[in-house]
Design a binder for this molecule. Structure first.
Ligand code: PXP
Length: 242
């Protein structure tokens, strides 16, 4: 069965709106795991806009499944990963101004730099995945520099407006998936996946893991809001009886 990694970055985004302590990413991870997720994914961004160093340390100590750390190849972040030793690292590109990761990592143009980081992480027994667009040359280069996995960027598929455009993007992902498997790479995918578009991606032969964040956290607001209001009403009612 295809594994599900849940990205909990936006639990920390909500916490950071009030610069307080809740919602706590560790508590979120516990709920996510108890609901059957196979792993917890977080992106430690260079600007620490959501998940911070402390969150990653606490998650590493407390989760029962596995920790997948998404990160850039910036030297201080690589040093941090070497100390924490997450189960998996997924190397991603990072731009300060972007709202979310915009494209896959350009492994071809940054081959030497990324290869050095892959070597460092693998020497610490961390499984290394590279987040790339569904492009055959990028996949070949990822293999050449020693990555264990590729995570295929599904953003263009998710954002495609017409049925035709969606199908075209899906076919690119299917082809890319096939060549990744032929090269002996592990196959993951993610970005922009939601309750309506996930199935065709999950059905791709050899798919190992999907990493999904935003749509699940958004859905949680609605499926959890009813209970949250009920609990607050109950607290207030209790006070009335005093
Ligand atoms: N995979 C990677 C490499 C990502 O950078 C992200 C976003 O942080 C995701 C998966 C999850 O994307 P989304 O939040 O759109 O589900």
């Amino acid at each position: 069965m295809v594994k599900l990694g849940i990205n909990i970055d936006h639990i920390a985004s909500i916490r950071n709106l009030r610069k307080g302590f809740f919602p706590d990413p560790v508590e979120a991870a516990r709920i996510v795991e108890s609901a059957g997720a196979n792993g917890i994914t977080v992106h430690l961004r260079e600007d620490r806009r959501h998940i911070n160093d402390d969150d990653v340390k606490k998650l590493k100590r407390n989760i029962r499944t596995k920790l997948n750390l998404e990160m850039s190849v910036a030297p201080d972040i690589v040093d941090f990963a070497k100390k924490i030793i997450p189960d998996d690292v997924c190397l991603v590109p990072e731009k300060r101004q972007e709202l979310t990761t915009e494209g896959g990592l350009d492994v071809i143009s940054n081959e030497r730099k990324i290869e050095r980081v892959v070597d460092i992480l693998r020497s610490k027994n961390i499984r290394v995945s590279i987040f790339i667009d569904p492009d055959l040359r990028q996949i070949e280069t990822a293999k050449k520099i020693g990555a264990d996995f590729v995570e295929l960027h599904t953003g263009a598929y998710a954002n495609a407006k017409s049925k035709n455009a969606k199908l075209q993007e899906l076919n690119k992902i299917r082809l890319a998936a096939e060549s990744a498997l032929q090269l002996g790479l592990g196959l993951n995918a993610g970005h922009g996946l939601d309750y309506r578009n996930v199935k065709p991606i999950a059905k791709i032969n050899g798919m190992h893991e999907l990493n999904i964040g935003y749509s699940v956290i958004c859905r949680a607001v609605f499926v959890g809001l009813f209970q949250a209001v009920k609990e607050m009403k109950k607290e207030i009612k209790r006070l009335e009886k005093l």
